[in-house]
Ligand binder design. Structure first.
Ligand code: PMP
Length: 361
């Protein structure tokens, strides 16, 4: 079996151990004579899988009973609409920080339902940073403050949780959740599409403070109504059962690795190594200011853009996949999620050095 070094931003690398476990149980899940894929979501077996996954996730992140945990569908994109629908209540505005492509998508979706204030933006510097908290012009009457915890395309990450007072802080953590410990109690709501550090696509996690439930607009579609889904254990309609099951296996894998503290140590080591190699060269450049560089999505450009194609092609020939940056920004992007081993980063750094030696000035 040949496994690629997979730097995809999502869907992304999963731990081999998880895939092996899933393969071993694929045709006959623990003597049931069927795959988890074929099983009723109301069966005892699946309900146990679902409950265990939630319990393990709560343990990993230290989520208290004050928060509901939902396993929904529609990706983070559905949550761009669900957030205003569920949280506006009587309010007419929400505060947004514009840090790049995903922040913009969240803002344009929120505008369908409310006034989306852009309280700070790094657009003037090409989204190379998180605008410093001191510069945010918050509206005291906003229903919530919305941030993108990690801009997957731009490679910009909040390394500290901003203090926004008593207004609930809502974060899209699609590409950072489970990469390191976080203090969930600082947030009103967190959501994350699964296809980075959690599991396969088709699943989105929502972690929401229970006291914020119950204020959904009357015309909120049922599948997006957090309270309805919380009251029905995320089974108001058929959940993404197989993705939920694989996510449960991933949670157990993370626990076996030593939990989120161990994940952070590894992720910091991987990212630091790669950023160091980029900074040490005159050929590669990271467009993000040092303080706000993402641990998960390392973006970099080559001195000569016309070499991009050759770089990607050579990397593929050497077993490294999906290094091309997002089509909207160009350059390169190496996503270093939990399941990407340090050996993949070492191979990339070695390849970058040899490419530079061949093509650099
Ligand atoms: N937010 C962020 C930060 C993302 O990285 C992505 C997907 N890469 C999305 C939202 C959209 O997620 P989905 O395609 O699952 O709806």
């Amino acid at each position: 079996m040949k496994r690629a070094f997979n730097f995809s931003a999502g869907p992304a690398a999963l731990p081999l151990e998880v895939l092996e476990e899933a393969a071993a149980e694929l045709f006959d899940y623990r003597g049931t004579g069927m795959s988890v894929m074929e099983m009723s979501h109301r069966s005892d077996e699946f309900v146990e899988i679902a409950q265990r996954a939630e319990a393990d996730l709560r343990e990993l992140l230290g989520v208290s009973d004050d928060y509901a945990v939902l396993f929904l569908q529609g990706g983070a994109t559905a949550q761009f609409a669900a957030v205003p629908l569920n949280l506006l209540g009587e309010k007419v505005a929400a505060d947004h920080v514009n840090t790049g492509a995903w922040a913009k998508k969240a803002i344009s979706e929120a505008k369908h339902y409310c006034r989306a204030n852009v309280v700070a933006s790094s657009e003037a510097t090409n989204f190379d940073r998180v605008p410093p908290r001191a510069e945010w012009k918050l509206d005291r009457n906003a229903a919530y403050v919305h941030i993108i915890g990690n801009e997957t395309i731009g490679g910009v990450e909040y390394h500290d949780i901003p203090d926004v007072g008593s207004v609930p802080l809502v974060s899209d953590m699609s590409s950072t959740l489970l990469s390191r410990p976080i203090d969930v109690s600082r947030f009103g709501a967190i959501y994350a599409g699964a296809q980075k550090n959690i599991g396969p696509a088709g699943l989105v996690l929502v972690i929401v403070r229970r006291d914020l439930l119950g204020r959904a607009r009357a015309d909120t579609p049922s599948v997006l109504d957090w309270k309805l889904n919380a009251d029905n254990d995320s089974m108001y309609n058929t959940p993404a059962t197989y993705s939920w099951y694989i996510a449960g296996l991933v949670f157990r894998w993370i626990k076996r690795q030593g939990g989120l503290v161990a994940m952070e140590q590894r992720n910091r080591a991987k990212a630091q190594k790669l950023y160091r190699a980029i900074d040490a060269s005159n050929f590669y450049r990271c467009p993000v200011v040092e303080r706000d560089r993402s641990l998960m999505n390392v973006t970099f450009t080559l001195a000569d853009e016309s070499l991009d194609k050759a770089f990607v092609k050579g990397a593929e020939a050497a077993g490294m996949q999906t290094l091309k940056g997002h089509r909207s920004v160009g350059g390169m992007r190496a996503s270093l999620y939990n399941a990407v081993p340090e050996a993949a980063v070492d191979a990339l750094i070695e390849y970058m050095a040899s490419f530079e030696a061949e093509h650099g000035a």
